[in-house]
Design a protein around this ligand. Structure first.
Ligand code: PLP
Length: 384
């Protein structure tokens, strides 16, 4: 087949006129840091998830940091999470002085295997952080039941899950803290950004304080007409707020999430059709319970040849790719500090050196999917 001249990236944000005009309007408004746009963006997430509060942040990682801080998670505490997740979660657990305890995933969906969580629970366990991996929801009923039985907090990692539903309930709609990401490859983006949705009023208040120095009132209220710029701080906090300039972009993207996810779903189905029957690769499996998949990522597993060789071949065909994720339990500092706590993770390891994320973004064309699938067919056949 003829190699395309233009590089097909793994991901690219879909930015149109509505995003540009919203951001320009914000630039012209005289207020570009956290204010009315961020508040409106938060309200949209309350509506989406039915959570009582939403807290806009400059990243999901920041959200994880202050959620763990607000829960007073620290030395001696164990936090259950899959190893197949972004390193940021494990970093935040480690930076709080707590211990990550890894639970294996299901090889097909790459979601945490909810059946295996209970045996990882000890008297030191404080929280479970499941990831709605690639946009497919984890088995929330099972996880919530365990959390209730052992009095644990569930923190949903909803970085991939704008538009993910489990049995009709949106990610973030279970009353637990849930954390969304708006990094540029995510289903909607603010450049960088995140959102916590939460229904516990007290915990939400604590998180809000930790987001901005520990200062009680929002800057836009302190500096508005008649506002009082004085402040007091009861407990020191961080500087993790989402500026309006970015929230404006998020608001324009939010209006489009159903359309953007429809396009992702179409492309994922097209991949499924075109890749079906090619031997030497495993296609992504979907959960067997009722759900709506957000198709954040389309991940195949390469069996026919070494994954690094496969990546090099894709590059020769001018195709980009991603890797979600190198298992966290194999990271150097995790091996050095938590080796004794790492149990066997056979399915994580079985998947880890085979997974590769194919290009998937709303502005990608059907012919692009066709091209990737043809290339894979050639690579897999010649690679044998
Ligand atoms: C599963 C998962 N969790 C957390 C994050 C962190 O998100 P952010 O980059 O917004 O901090 C990401 C983002 O890449 C992710 O994929």
């Amino acid at each position: 087949m003829k190699i395309r001249s233009e590089f097909l990236p793994f991901s690219r944000p879909s930015i149109g006129e509505s995003e540009i005009s919203k951001v320009v309007a914000c630039l012209k408004s005289g207020w570009i840091t956290t204010g009315a746009q961020a508040k409106e963006f938060e309200d949209k997430f309350c509506t989406l998830t039915s959570a009582k509060q939403a807290i806009a942040l400059n990243s999901a990682t920041a959200g994880m940091h202050i959620t763990l801080s607000a829960l007073n998670i620290g030395a001696g505490d164990e936090i259950i999470t899959p190893s197949l997740t972004f390193a940021s979660t494990v970093n935040m657990i480690a930076l709080r002085g707590a211990t990550p305890v890894f639970v294996d995933v299901d090889y097909g969906t790459l979601n945490i295997n909810a059946q295996l969580i209970e045996e990882a629970i000890t008297p030191r366990t404080k929280a479970i952080i499941p990831v709605h991996f690639a946009g497919a929801p984890v088995d929330m009923d099972k996880i919530n039941l365990l959390a209730a039985k052992y009095n644990l907090t569930v923190i949903e990692d909803a970085a991939h899950a704008v538009g993910t539903y489990y049995k009709g309930i949106s990610a973030g709609g279970f009353g637990n803290p849930a954390i969304f990401s708006f990094h540029p490859i995510k289903n909607i983006t603010t450049g960088e950004g995140g959102m916590i949705t939460i229904s516990d009023a007290l915990l939400g208040k604590k998180i809000r304080l930790l987001r901005f120095h520990g200062i009680e009132r929002d800057a836009w209220k302190r500096y508005g007409k008649g506002g009082n710029p004085a402040y007091d701080i009861a407990e020191p906090g961080y500087k993790y707020n989402l500026p309006d300039l970015l929230a404006a972009l998020g608001l324009a993207q939010f209006e489009r999430w159903p359309e953007l996810n429809r396009r992702r779903t179409h492309l994922a189905k097209f991949y499924n059709e075109r890749l079906a029957g090619i031997s030497g690769i495993d296609l992504p499996q979907i959960p067997d319970y009722e759900h709506t998949h957000a198709w954040h990522l389309y991940i195949i597993k390469v069996l026919a040849l070494n994954r690094d060789d496969f990546m090099n071949k894709l590059a020769e065909y001018n195709i980009g790719y991603g890797l979600h994720f190198p298992p966290a339990h194999l990271l150097t500092y995790v091996q050095e500090n938590y080796l004794a706590e790492i149990g066997p993770l056979p399915e994580t390891l079985r998947a880890a050196d085979k997974i590769i994320s194919l290009p998937l973004f709303p502005d990608m064309q059907d012919v692009d999917v066709q091209y990737v699938c043809e290339a894979i067919k050639e690579i897999v056949n010649h690679g044998r």
